[in-house]
Design a protein around this ligand. Sequence first.
Ligand SMILES: *Cc1c(COP(=O)(O)O)cnc(C)c1O
Length: 405
Amino acid sequence: MNKKPIYLDYHATTPLDPRVLEKMIPVFTENFGNAGSRNHAFGWEAEKAVDHARNQVAALIGASEKEIIFTSGATESDNLAILGVAEMYKEKGRHIITCVSEHKAVLDPCKHLESLGYNVTWLGVDKQGLINLEELKAAITDQTILVSIMHANNEVGTINPVAEIGRICKERGVLFHTDAVQSVGRIPVDVEKMGIDLLSMSAHKIYGPKGIGALYVRRRNPRVRLSPLVYGGGQERGMRSGTLNVPGIVGFGEACELAQKEMASEAERLKGLRDKLWKLLSAELDEIYLNGHPTEGLPGNLNVSFAYVEGEALMMGIKNLAVSSGSACTSASLEPSHVLRAMDVREDLAHTSIRFGLGRFTTEEDVLEAARSTIREVKRLRDMSPLYEMFKEGIDMNSVQWTGH
Ligand SMILES: *Cc1c(COP(=O)(O)O)cnc(C)c1O
């Protein structure tokens, strides 16, 4: 019996919604034209499909369709925003502000800029994962050309106050980029109300296909200019050359429209399931800790640390659940996640964190099963743990002489 695990990793990727696939299929077969072909119906049809999708994507974030630049995904969007601004505005200044708990797609281009002589301020976060607005204000100088702060964190779900960040940036005349991969389609995002100048999004995080994303680039107040990363045919207003991925774009557009229609009810349902999972776990297990913000969090995110168990052993014991752990998600290394570290989560707890990511196709039965398996396994491991036994006997753990780490 090789049953597939229950998928609870919706922050890593999401399955394609069948309604999205249905819209994509004809674009692979009959309407396969190049949207750049101006001389025949194949090209016109493809262009029409792209225009429609561009409107669907723009509508989800309160933008105009001319402000959407299609890319290969949010990694490229983040790189284009950061490197594109850095190159274009280098005469104005060479200072960028970002945050230590960002996705690698933001951290790494910023590190690259540091190696080129740019100045990067790395803001910290508090224990709930939020940046400090006063620190942000204090970090802005005459040399600052860009602030890049994510909307919702992909590990712990914490939602930053982007509208306030946008206001601060506007006051100081600094461009504001946000990686909104995890928030777009899950909670309301509006580039006007939030004062966002550049915004990264990705289709495969919102039930669309992989390999397609977008960068929103503001056209008015101010008009943002970008140096391209890719040169060629001049597609996407010259900011991203290359033949458009029409099936991907059509799927992305449809995914955005569905998200817009269903976001409110879906968020409410997911929040209910997430709260239920937390309630079930905390009713049966002591010494478990929520990572993230108690109120300002994504509806489908539950990141929990389990004290007195070994992270790897716990993951091994819940193989019927497709979840992420705080140590394994940093690829091959056994370092705990940089996000939990930035939040000052205790080292032992960072190693035993599990991210439950709930989404559109998660059922109540999935949640009950996730709770049952996790509870069973944590109890089993604790039954074998001398540390847990000592804790139960009331021995002050801080008085214990540790060896190793
Ligand atoms: C998944 C993700 C990315 C990368 O998106 P891709 O489209 O897979 O390149 C960037 N930022 C965040 C916050 C993400 O969750």
